[in-house]
Design a protein. Structure first.
Length: 93
């Protein structure tokens, strides 16, 4: 599957811990290998009120849940943000 990484995603990634970076890397590898969005073995959640926007749920530890915000344009997945569960709903889209 084709994907694009936005600068906001890159900025967010620079602020994260190494353990979460490994999980993000695993998601990106799964995206590369997938033919469709349903082939990606991660929990995908639709963002309410925004039909094109979605988020991957990442479990970092017991206290922190993270989301990778993305959207689809035709056959390209665009990775937009990586933020904590509460912050993603304020900053994405």
């Amino acid at each position: 599957m084709k994907y694009i990484i936005e600068k906001s995603f890159e900025r967010d990634v620079k602020k994260l811990d190494l353990d979460l970076l490994h999980e993000i890397q695993d998601v990106v590898i799964a995206i590369k290998q997938a033919q469709t969005i349903s082939d990606i073995p991660y929990s995908v959640k639709k963002m309410s009120g925004y039909p094109k926007l979605k988020a991957f749920r990442l479990k970092f530890n017991r206290n922190k849940d993270f989301r990778m915000g993305f959207y689809l344009e035709e056959d390209t997945l665009i990775l937009s943000r990586v933020l904590g569960r509460k912050e993603i709903y304020k900053s994405f889209p």
